[in-house]
Design a protein around this ligand. Structure first.
Ligand code: 5GP
Ligand code: MN
Length: 332
């Protein structure tokens, strides 16, 4: 196994060698794919096909949000493996562990060779060749450094820009470094239009999405002197509005920017009695640590987990871990 917390000339040439030598490749990302995951998967897919249009590559990803469908080759995303034989090479993107691959995990495990590119701090490094760079804003930033700039097409650039925009919350989270802005600048020089990507994929909402956002905000509850805010959407309400989980994007960010709030929680019911919890913090709480107590993970300021139970019990179980960190912070 070659594991690297830095991108070196040696690991980059190994990356390209593995792709060149493999006949059948799978590119894959995490369950419930977000902007970085979609950008990384499609960015790598376009990059490989631009180099060799004959290469057989499966893009194994759960269905993506409609707002990303304008990206080149978005229609190639599939949940079906081609052929019976294991893949020669399986590339996992934006996944902190193989469990995050969901139903595709088995294909990763049986592949002849594997690569992992990720920026989650909890990633222990899995796969034959790993690029795990927690300081990177996004998986797309790492891919930018691995790719040869002159071989990057407009379509690849657009995907990478999208991933960076989403994981930095449009260049404003603490992971927005000088390097991030330089890369964004280089991608703009490739023809990417920031206004288009940012509005179309980040801020634009359908009428129904706005309605459910409004409802989640209206029903939100403040706890702990307004330092914690939470809101939840039940399955029956999602069915009533005819929305899926991707229509709920952005609710957590709006909760987080409530004045006085340190930590925001948003829950939606994935299945009867099972809730996906998103956690965000402003500057005092490490939400990854909170999520890890419930089998989840993520980053310092953005994390998630899936928990069984009812809303009240879940919130009551999670908030003490947040409170504990806030008390420690006050005592420093
Ligand atoms: P979100 O709240 O947007 O689903 O996720 C925020 C961050 O936490 C993302 O980086 C995502 O990969 C991570 N995350 C969300 N849910 C889980 C989970 O169940 N397990 C792990 N390990 N990470 C998660
Ligand atoms: Mn990411």
């Amino acid at each position: 196994m070659t594991s690297s917390k830095k991108i070196t000339r040696q690991t980059v040439s190994l990356f390209h060698k593995k792709i060149k030598e493999a006949k059948r490749i799978a590119i894959s990302g995490h369950m419930n794919p977000d902007g970085d995951c979609v950008g990384a998967c499609l960015g790598l897919y376009t990059y490989i096909l631009d180099l060799d249009g004959e290469k057989q590559v499966d893009l194994l990803l759960e269905p993506i949000s409609e707002k990303f469908l304008f990206l080149k080759y978005a229609e190639k995303i599939t949940q079906e493996k081609t052929g019976e034989e294991p893949y020669d090479l399986y590339i996992a993107l934006d996944c902190s562990d193989t469990g995050r691959l969901g139903d595709f995990r088995q294909y990763f495990e049986e592949a002849a060779s594997t690569i992992c590119v990720d920026h989650h701090i909890s990633n222990q490094g899995f796969g034959d060749l790993t690029f795990v760079i927690p300081d990177a804003s996004s998986t797309c930033e790492i891919l930018y450094d691995i790719f040869e700039e002159k071989k990057m097409s407009f379509d690849t650039a657009q995907c990478l820009y999208l991933g960076i925009v989403h994981d930095t919350g449009v260049f404003k989270h603490s992971n927005t470094t000088r390097r991030v802005m330089e890369i964004a600048g280089a991608l703009i020089e490739k023809g990417v239009r920031p206004d288009f990507i940012i509005d179309e994929t980040f801020y634009k909402k359908t009428y129904i999405q706005n309605q459910i956002l409004g409802r989640a905000l209206m029903e939100s509850i403040l706890l702990l002197d307004g330092k914690i805010i939470f809101s939840a959407i039940k399955k029956k309400d999602m069915d009533f509005y005819g929305v899926d989980s991707q229509d709920l994007d952005g609710i957590i960010d709006q909760l987080r920017v409530t004045a006085g709030v340190e930590c925001a929680l948003f829950l939606y019911e994935k299945a009867e009695g099972q809730f996906k919890v998103s956690l965000r913090s402003n500057d005092k709480v490490d939400v990854r640590k909170v999520a890890e107590n419930f089998g989840g993970g993520g980053h310092v300021r953005a994390a998630g987990c899936t928990v069984e139970g009812n809303v009240r019990d879940i919130v009551n179980n999670i908030t003490p871990f947040i409170e504990q960190q806030l008390i420690q912070e006050e005592n420093v």
